[in-house]
Design a protein around this ligand. Sequence first.
Ligand SMILES: NC(=O)c1ccc[n+]([C@@H]2O[C@H](COP(=O)([O-])OP(=O)(O)OC[C@H]3O[C@@H](n4cnc5c(N)ncnc54)[C@H](OP(=O)(O)O)[C@@H]3O)[C@@H](O)[C@H]2O)c1
Length: 322
Amino acid sequence: MKAAVIHEQGAPEVLQYQDMPDPVAGPDDVVIDVEAISLEGGDLLNRSILPVETFPHIVGYGAAGRIAAVGAKVTQLKVGDRVAAFNFAGSHAEKFLAPAATAFVVPNGLDIGIAATMPVAFGTADEALFEAGGLKAGETVFIQGGAGGVGIAAIQLAKAAGATVIATAPSSVDPARLQALGCDHVITYDRTDYAAEVLRLTEGRGADLVVDLVGGDAAAVSKLISTVAYKGRLSVVGLASGSAPSVAFWDIVPKNMTVRGVLFGIEMGTPRGRSMIEELFARAATGELTMPIERSFPLAEAAAAHRFVEENRPLGRVLLIP
Ligand SMILES: NC(=O)c1ccc[n+]([C@@H]2O[C@H](COP(=O)([O-])OP(=O)(O)OC[C@H]3O[C@@H](n4cnc5c(N)ncnc54)[C@H](OP(=O)(O)O)[C@@H]3O)[C@@H](O)[C@H]2O)c1
């Protein structure tokens, strides 16, 4: 098969389009003939900085298509099923190997490209808001990193749950597009002091829940914690800034606040994770949930696609098509 492969980490141009052996399904796996690959925020980090065990390495967490092979123990899926799936690597390829536990049947009528974006973005957002963050109707949530895939999913889910939603976006994004998805207040983070703005919008109280998709050093995290309400919660999810978050513990003590880490990939295949994703797919099939697709690139142009995302900071997702 053809795949976009890295032999070293670095800028988008480390991605090489080349032949690789076809993956073989283990007993609990499926192999998917890929129709659409979701270019995740985490894929950029995996290509550039997150630890990689061996090279050559096929980058990528999420893709969708038709099942080409199933492992001997797989009973709930069959060859030909249309699925969207997650694995910790391997999506940037014509064939994607994934555990059957993290492969989800795509409902009829749901676009395969949107389906490819859903397990990681919507699953992570749901986990950060509700399982980790305990968000309830009437509360205020602040989402740092609202214009990316997980942020867009979190905006829609939080609004549907009856929360007031505040989110950051870069000035390259039209705030009206996030408002149309349910964001009550968009803060242009590269032009405005976001922490002062969150406090202003909450009349000095801070947000009941903060979802952090951005990370940063202790000073950046201290600033973020200044936006959390007394006895509020912080869901720590990502490092889109390129810097893993570190917390000054004394910041959290006087607030009696709760900090929760989220790594949804290891929860997705549990019965709870699976029913969550199945429900999210059902809601997407009705049109209640969606993901803006900014652009598609051929898989052969994976390097150009990664560069496009890094330079243009689009709203939502870019797809790769084998
Ligand atoms: N823990 C988990 O289970 C899990 C699951 C999925 C994803 N993640 C992580 O969560 C993060 C978000 O994922 P994603 O797919 O939504 O990423 P994405 O699509 O790349 O979006 C990231 C967003 O963060 C913004 N951002 C970057 N640096 C910022 C800064 N310094 N201040 C404010 N905003 C900033 C980006 O804006 P610009 O365009 O201006 O940079 C963009 O809107 C990634 O780090 C990803 O690895 C974690």
